[in-house]
Write a protein that binds this ligand. Sequence first.
Ligand code: PRP
Ligand code: MN
Ligand code: MG
Length: 187
Amino acid sequence: MVRDYHEFLGEVLVSEEDLQARVAELGREISRDFEGKELLLVCILRGGVLFLTDLMRHISVPHAIEFMAVSSYGTGARESTGQARITLDVNTDIRDRHVILVEDIVDSGHTLASVLELLSMRKPASLAVCTLLDKAERREVEVPILYRGFEIPNKFVFGYGLDIDEFYRNLPFIGVVDLQKYDGNAE
Ligand code: PRP
Ligand code: MN
Ligand code: MG
């Protein structure tokens, strides 16, 4: 059974209000940087979805959206495996396009490193990373991050696109899981 998140919420790390304010700021920053250009926002499924849809409402330059899927955690896993597998590719030619990758979180960096390696071979006009969360102390491979919402500590977080065993992505805030409470009540 999927339980009520109140049973294992340790703390709210980023409130809905702070999230929305920062997302709007990032949208304005991107709009300024790409004024007079057209963008292609590439969202990494599934975690990046909520961030993308809120972010694009604050981007005033013309932009198309695309999706990629990369699997690194696997269902049930709590930590990155360090192996990123691309399971869905973009459906469009990105050559000479201004591409921004939209992610919910950069952890070890393996997911984005794999995507960046693949997309850069296709000669986009520019290729940048926009991540809502940056768990910098966990980095194993370097990832150039141009737009960053929040740097966060090494805690297991959920909500606003980030799942626990695939659920709770719909929550409007970023919460920290109290793992003792979560595992202690697991069936
Ligand atoms: C999570 C998260 C990032 C990635 C970050 O995705 O959404 O995409 O892991 O980890 P890394 O920097 O160590 O590679 P996940 O693989 O859990 O898939 P999901 O987005 O479908 O939840
Ligand atoms: Mn993801
Ligand atoms: Mg996940």
